[in-house]
Structure formats: structure tokens, C-alpha cells
Write a new protein. Structure first.
Length: 501
């Protein structure tokens, strides 16, 4: 996790208020006064995203209503050298929407319309403030749905999904946001309106669409998104498998994929996460088991039946303790409800928890789970595991109490160790939550100097002054030197006591 401990002399409250009033006066010529939030009470809800460890107050929050207003705001910001942070629903978990204390926060909540739904060609054109789940709700009468389904899909918006390249429980088979977005319309820092991609199967030129997905609002502001809609599978079955060992469950994940089966979803929960989810959702989980796998198979009925037989054989070979196939659609949805409720349910186990997001090769799951257990004991902080096991995307939840002096700092240190462990085994510091401010130090470990310079060059090509979401995702070389990190894939690990492969 990044550290914000450097002491910076803050401007006086009078100076801050004077600048706030000057900005509000200038911007009132662009947006109605009711779209400008400036009082402390109005700014308070925008101090952080879902990562509440970091909080900052912007000078102003703007809630524009038209693309033309966004263009004018960005032109003004570019001319006045004012930082701009775009924000959707604020459900992000890496501090990607953390405001800049000397800038404006651009809220896109009013851009919440589905502009077009083309069932014949299988796409929807939506504004960035449309909720993820609302797209599937609108497509359902046509026998279609939008595949990426983050746990926060009831609240998170498609613009934020693009910014963070979000995934979900079905990303193993159907991909992340980047694999399901066909086009985006963006506004650059100088107010230019660009369309990247198209609703065709392919488009000419460099793949800037993939570049913008996951760019965390650092390159441009997304104002429209065209997403791919898929036919609802004719058959979907869920297999629940309980194990007496987390390592057995981890081994089962790799063996399922190695057997040529690509489930629609393959999720793992350990005992603490499972017990919390069961107490919350009452979905019938075997709470005395050490680990639980949820394996969903979809497609034609004959295909699904054959895959269930293969999966059952794999699980039995991995010492499964209990095996159950959901007998109805209601039971399938109830079992998924427990998994999708796991994050809020774990909130019952401790006053606070910190959600990690890292990705590892599937084959390293047993080793990494064992190392996390050792690190948990070393830092004296319990961990509840719930993650997208099929694609190796870990979401360990570190339980702590922020009211205990030093415990927040110890939690951050443990989180950093877990991320460095992911990199050590050939993984990455993020799978779907982004880097934001949370993992910016760990980026120094994953990438070498040449790579970081290239990232900065791309940023400069889109945003020469560095005004869009500054200080996020890509660390400066000076910061990396201060962090004392070395490039892990060249054999140098900042924690030599970590085991090697």
C-alpha cells in the first residue's frame, strides 16, 4: 500500500476558500449553480471511494449534465492547470477516485441513460453512470445479458468498470470489461471528443480501446460506452464442492482447467468467509468445511451434463468432502447470493477489513494460500479468503480494528507483503480493482524503470500537463527509489525471506 506520511505544508483555510470561490465563479458560466458543490457538508461524501483508508476533500465537486459541459470543464481545467478526477458510483477499492485536494472532482452520476439496445446485433450503447446490473436487466427480455458481473454490480457504474477493467465471478469464461466493451466515447483534457472502437467486430488502427480500459481516468474522461451483449445460456448448473483443506480446493481449481473445462465461474471461499456468508445469506453452505468451491457450467444441456461428470471426477480425486449440484434455478441463485454477499458479510467478523486484489498463476494457488496463512500468523491479523480462483484473482480480506493504535499500519504492511508475494510467483498486483493510490509502491516492484518510463510517455501523449487523476496508478521513478524496490522478475526480491520457486 502507498504511504502518505510525507509532511506537506498545507495552505491556510482562507487561501483554500478563496481558490474554491474563484473556481466556482469561473465554472458557474459552464454548469448551473446547482451542479456545483462547495460546502463541507456537500463535499464530505466525495472524500474517498470504497477504500476509506485514504480521504481527501476536493476544492469543488461538479455534476455536469451534458457532454458539452464536460468538454468545457476540461478545457477550462487545462487552461487553468487545475487537476480533474472523474468519479462514478465511488465503489472502487483502490483509491482510484480519491479527489485531488487542489482540484475538482467530476461526478458522472447524471449520465445514467441506456441510449440504445440493439438485440439483433447484440450491443448496448450506454452513458457512463448506468449501473452494471441495469444493462442486464434491460437486455433480459431479449434473451441477452452483459457478462462482467462485479460483486458490486447492483451499484457500480459502467464508466467505473471501464476505468478499472472490472471483472466478476463469470470473468473466467467471458472475460473482463476489456473483452466486453466494443467502443468508448471520451473527452480529452483539451476538450476534444473522440470515439475509440466501434460496434463492428473489428476496427482499423491501434488498439486504443484496450489501452483506455483500466486506465483509471488518467488518459481521458469516458462519456459513452458500447458494450457487447451475449445470449443467455440455455442451461446453467452450479456445482458446490466442500473440502477439508484449502490446499485441496486450490489443487482442484488447477486440475479442472487442466482437464479442458472452462467453467463460467469458479470461486473459492475459505472457512471464515463461508461462515460469514452463510450467516448473512442462509444459502446452505457446509460451514464446518475448510474451503468451498462454486463451479458454474453453462451451455447446451448435453454439454453441461458432460462437464458436470468430468468436474465431479476431478473433485473426487482431490479429496472432496461434500459435493452438491443445485437442483433448481432458485437454489443456484441462492448459492451465488452467498458468494456475492461475502464482502459485506465479512464485515460482521471485525470492525474493519481491508480487501486485497492480486492475481497469480493458478498453479501457484496452494503455495500462495499456505504463505498467506504464515503471513497472517506473523502479523497476528486474521485473513478471510474469497476470490475468483479460476483465473487466480485473489481477494484476501484482512480483518483488523482501526481503533487499535498501529493496527491499520500493520494491516497495510501485511497487504503489501501479499501483493509482493503475488509478483514473486509470476503474478500481478491487481486483477480488477486497479492500482489507484493503494498499490502504487508495489508497482515499483512489478515493473522496471524502462516500463515505468513508457507508462509515463503514454500518459503524456494524452495528458501533457498531467492534470487527469494525477498521482495515481503509475509511480514516479523518484518514488520507486524511495521505496527501495527492485525488479522481481530479474531475480531481486525486497523480502529475501520469501520462499522461491
Amino acid at each position: 500500500m502507498s504511504s502518505n506520511t510525507a509532511e506537506i505544508q498545507s495552505p491556510s483555510l482562507e487561501a483554500v476558500q478563496a481558490k474554491r470561490e474563484a473556481y466556482a465563479s469561473a465554472l458557474s458560466a459552464i454548469v448551473p449553480s446547482g451542479c456545483i458543490l462547495s460546502t463541507s457538508e456537500q463535499l464530505k461524501p466525495y472524500e474517498s471511494d470504497g477504500l476509506t483508508v485514504f480521504k481527501r476533500s476536493p476544492l469543488l465537486v461538479l455534476l455536469p449534465e451534458t457532454i458539452e459541459q464536460i468538454q468545457a470543464i476540461l478545457r477550462w481545467a487545462n487552461e487553468a492547470d487545475v487537476p480533474v478526477v472523474a468519479r462514478g458510483a465511488g465503489t472502487g477499492l483502490s483509491g482510484g477516485a480519491l479527489p485531488h485536494e487542489d482540484g475538482i472532482l467530476l461526478g458522472l452520476a447524471k449520465f445514467n441513460q441506456i441510449l440504445e439496445l440493439n438485440a439483433e446485433l447484440g450491443f448496448a450503447r450506454v452513458q457512463p453512470g448506468v449501473r452494471n446490473l441495469a444493462i442486464s436487466d434491460a437486455a433480459r427480455p431479449h434473451g441477452l445479458y452483459y457478462a462482467p458481473d462485479p460483486s458490486s454490480q447492483i451499484a457500480c457504474t459502467i464508466g467505473g468498470n471501464v476505468a478499472e477493467n472490472s471483472g466478476g465471478v463469470h470473468c473466467l469464461k467471458y472475460g473482463l470489461t476489456v473483452h466486453n466493451v466494443m467502443a468508448v466515447t471520451v473527452v480529452t483534457i483539451d476538450g476534444e471528443l473522440l470515439q475509440i472502437g466501434s460496434n463492428a467486430l473489428d476496427h482499423a488502427g491501434y488498439d486504443l480501446l484496450a489501452l483506455l480500459n483500466g486506465s483509471e481516468g488518467m488518459l481521458a474522461v469516458v462519456v459513452e460506452v458500447t458494450v457487447k451483449l451475449l445470449p443467455t445460456p440455455p442451461c446453467a448448473k452450479l456445482v458446490m464442492a466442500a473440502f477439508n483443506s484449502v490446499e485441496d480446493a486450490g489443487n482442484a481449481v488447477g486440475k479442472v482447467i487442466a482437464d479442458g473445462i472452462i467453467p463460467a465461474g469458479l470461486e473459492l471461499m475459505d472457512k471464515p468467509a463461508m461462515q460469514a456468508a452463510e450467516a448473512f445469506a442462509h444459502c446452505g453452505y457446509p460451514t464446518e468445511s475448510a474451503a468451498l468451491l462454486l463451479c458454474e457450467l453453462d451451455g447446451l444441456e448435453e454439454e453441461v451434463s458432460a462437464q458436470i461428470e468430468k468436474v465431479t471426477r476431478v473433485f473426487n480425486a482431490c479429496n472432496v468432502d461434500e459435493l452438491r449440484v443445485a437442483e433448481s434455478e432458485e437454489e443456484r441463485l441462492l448459492l451465488w447470493k452467498g458468494r456475492k454477499s461475502a464482502f459485506p458479510a465479512v464485515g460482521r467478523l471485525a470492525p474493519d477489513y481491508y480487501c486485497i486484489d492480486g492475481t497469480i498463476p493458478r498453479g501457484q494457488l496452494p503455495y500462495v494460500l499456505r504463505r498467506m496463512e504464515q503471513l497472517s500468523a506473523e502479523y497476528e491479523l486474521p485473513i478471510a479468503n474469497v476470490f475468483h480462483a479460476g483465473d487466480g484473482n485473489l481477494h484476501p480480506l484482512i480483518l483488523f480494528d482501526a481503533n487499535i493504535p498501529g493496527e491499520t499500519e500493520r494491516t497495510e504492511a501485511l497487504g503489501s507483503r501479499i501483493l509482493l508475494l503475488c509478483v514473486e510467483v509470476g503474478g500481478t498486483v491487481t486483477g480488477e480493482h486497479g492500482v489507484g493510490v493503494e498499490k502504487i509502491n508495489e508497482m515499483c516492484v512489478q515493473f522496471d524503470e524502462d516500463s515505468l518510463q513508457q507508462f509515463h510517455a503514454i500518459k503524456a501523449a494524452f495528458d501533457p500537463k498531467g492534470l487527469l487523476n494525477p498521482g495515481k496508478a503509475v509511480p514516479t521513478l523518484q518514488r520507486c527509489a524511495e521505496f527501495g524496490a527492485m525488479h522481481v522478475h530479474h531475480g531481486n526480491i525486497p523480502f529475501p525471506e520469501l520462499e522461491r520457486f
